[in-house]
Design a protein. Sequence first.
Length: 135
Amino acid sequence: MKTIVVGVDGSADARRAVEWATQLAEQIDARVVAVHAVGLLEHERGDPGGAHLRPQFGSWTAALDRLAPDRVERRLIAGEPVDALGAVVADSAADLVVVGTRGERARGVMRLGSTSLRLAETCVCPVVIVPVNHR
């Protein structure tokens, strides 16, 4: 396994996913590509790629700083999360995708959010959904 893609949205579940992906990468000497899909509500005029989110994104993915810089990539991608993650999986020939159970906007009693559920159904590589109680 060479490349792990991890979905990041700022939620506590996503932070657990980043931590889990970082620990795995440390153990197997893999590269991690962190991806945040910049949604319509996050766009700023003149910044459709979401560069204004870089400081937040760095904070959300701080666990990756334990890895060597050449083993970490952070990508902000405009669009819907499943499509953004799928594009990065294809582009980076990822071996694994890691996401949290539910995202920042997840509500209700569902145990899995729509992104983790759709990824499990459609992703071309294995998906790890880090449970809420993971430490």
